[in-house]
Design a protein around this ligand. Sequence first.
Ligand code: DON
Length: 561
Amino acid sequence: MVPTLLRFPLIVAFVTFLAPQAVAQPKAETVSSRGGVVVCVSPPAAEVGLSILKNGGNAVDAAVATALAMAVTWPEAGNIGGGGFMMVAVPGREPVCIEYRETAPAKATADMFVKQAIGPYDHRVAGVPGTVRGLALAHEKFGKLPWRQVVQPAVELAEKGFVVNAVLANGLNRVLNDKNTTNAEFKRVYGKSDGTPWQAGDKLILPDLARTLQRIADKGADAFYRGELAELLEKEMIRGGGLITQADLNAYKAHERKAIHTTFRGYDIYGPPPPSSGGIVLAQMLNILENFDLKKHGRWSPETLHLMIEAMRRAYADRARYLGDPAFTKIPAELTTKQYAKKLATSIDLRKATPSAEVAPEIPIDRESDSTTHFSVIDKDGMAVSNTYTLENSYGNRVVVPGAGYLLNNEMTDFNPRPGFTSSSGLIGTRPNQVAPGKRMLSSQTPVIVLKDGQPVLITGSPGGRTIINTSLCVVLNVLEFGMPIDEAVSAPRLHHQWFPDVVRFEGVQQHPELVQKLKQLGHRVTEARQGDAHSIAIDPQSGIRIGAADKRLDGKAVGE
Ligand code: DON
């Protein structure tokens, strides 16, 4: 039996210790359909996915087309030079994960970030890209339309150009004006030819990227990993002092992996396995929280938030302790069991915050954007896709491969940079995620599919680095535990704690000052920050109606047949 939390006196106090900047949660924009639905951050890419569905494609065809279109229309994170995770639920089958995470080049070493100062815009922080192999693998296993047909819309967007909206114009202007953007090819490709700032309504044409995508359309994924395109990347690496060789590209493989599965209140939750931490950490948090009656306490009660924070703290400590590329690290199977979660649940003190240092005392603690993107797709037959992919930072390492026209990632920064050095500010140095040649860096990407009696009821996920897993947790709990409609679930203020730094980030500081005060009394430090961009779909199992909800924190569009 779990005791109820102590009640706290109502203290109406203006909270002055928090960041002054208000974080608004705009209302999600919805579409309702009995047919296919696509929801993503980039309106022209959502339209591409929808046109594929309308032309007889299934959810995977639409997802592949949307991902490639976003490599053109959403250069902040859409990519062919990065990597990610695609959850696929085929009706009647267990959902699986197509894993296409970037890989450390053969020349990478565990101490590479210690021996020299390597910043985020360096050629050495690019991992071997996985996106093209991953999308091709998903298409080969599950697609219906010919490959060329799903790639072609991206070719056309790049070749003929597309209209830049205000969000993209602002993003481009910000990165072009940043003093850290030094790559001449980046400036040539993404700068406006007359040197003036981008404005909504301008057209962006990407001819080199169009040629690269055309080669991929004509010859398949091999065109990216072998021959001329591989030579162009190696040439740029030699010029910029990077590590990736043609041999690294030739060796790259995407994998179909068994999804991480848990249950929550009778729903089946599926997320990505390592090298993402997302599936395991989400399962662990849901398993812990299942021991408590959150609904009774209420969504915006101190009890619910305290329990969520304590579940996050414990699961993120285990993330640091145990998780990394499974080809290099043995990951305990116990982590996602109900029994283990019960043990963690009983370690939660309902009257006060547990200091993070007490949760993993064996790890010595030293001192010390919106650049991923998630989209959700369902087709008329109920095949569901939940895809998150990334360049790591916005525009990756801001290096465009000359002649090939695509941006490179800076995913190597997801490895633990200083072996053995874990700091209370959030730097992690534990062994499982240290750099090694050919190793995948640990991710937090958490594309989720929830089934009820074998039918998809929720598709969600988000960008946001380590906050990603908690954004997915918030949306899942909002829908499954608190019964919110999907637009409300997506808009609602989000919460984040990641073990270290031992600080809570909460979007709802302005709306819930009393709640923040009570969390403070429990011993939590609370700051305010915007969190995530969760383009989601909910399916009503009774009526079969699908509601796509575009998260408007950034941009986004939900379209339906
Ligand atoms: O794979 C990961 O966990 C990170 N590279 C994701 C980065 C990210 O979400 C940044 N942006 N918002």
